[in-house]
Design a binder for this molecule. Structure first.
Ligand code: HEM
Length: 142
């Protein structure tokens, strides 16, 4: 038995850059097309390409791949970066609808998909900045 622990990142488990690219493309395609996501699509610029590039870099780093986001942008401070957009439960649910569809389409490994779903659901919930977010009482999970 080896005493060397092999730690495989989520980035590697799901298939690296190819899967992150597909996930983000699928996510924004859904945001663009689903009527349920119109409320959050309207918050974004008409050209989604720059936003896609940023989310790809962020998710690469967040899943344990190369630190593509923070070298360019510094600490994510994601909740703070979203403060300019009114995000309540409806917006969170719309975001998660797009992300769940994208995960189902692009992440083949069921266990990895489930872990990502749980973690991203927490993150989206924490992003709410309209009335009723229990996290406003404090805490800073990311
Ligand atoms: C919960 C509902 C959410 C809404 C409505 C929302 C909406 C937005 C909007 C409107 C932007 C600006 C896009 C642009 O101007 O190009 C943005 C940026 C971003 N969002 Fe979200 N978002 C949500 C949740 C999340 C979550 C859960 C994550 C993390 C996985 C995330 C990651 C990002 C990143 C990385 C950026 C770019 C920030 C930067 O400029 O550095 N968002 N989001």
């Amino acid at each position: 038995m080896s005493d060397t622990a092999v730690v495989v990142s989520m980035f590697e488990r799901i298939g690296g850059t190819v899967t992150i690219d597909r996930l983000v493309e699928s996510f924004y395609r859904r945001m663009d097309e689903l009527p349920e996501a119109a409320c959050i699509r309207a918050m974004h610029p008409s050209d989604l390409d720059p936003t896609k590039q940023v989310l790809k870099r962020y998710l690469t780093e967040w899943t344990g791949g190369a630190k593509l986001y923070s070298v360019e942008k510094g600490h994510p401070r994601l909740r703070q970066r979203h403060m300019g957009f009114p995000i309540g439960s409806a917006e969170r649910d719309a975001w998660l609808l797009c992300m769940r569809g994208a995960l189902d389409e692009t992440v083949a490994d069921g266990a990895a998909r489930q872990e990502l779903d749980v973690a991203l659901s927490r993150l989206a919930d924490w992003m709410r900045n309209q009335a009723g977010n229990p996290h406003d009482a404090g805490g800073h999970p990311a």
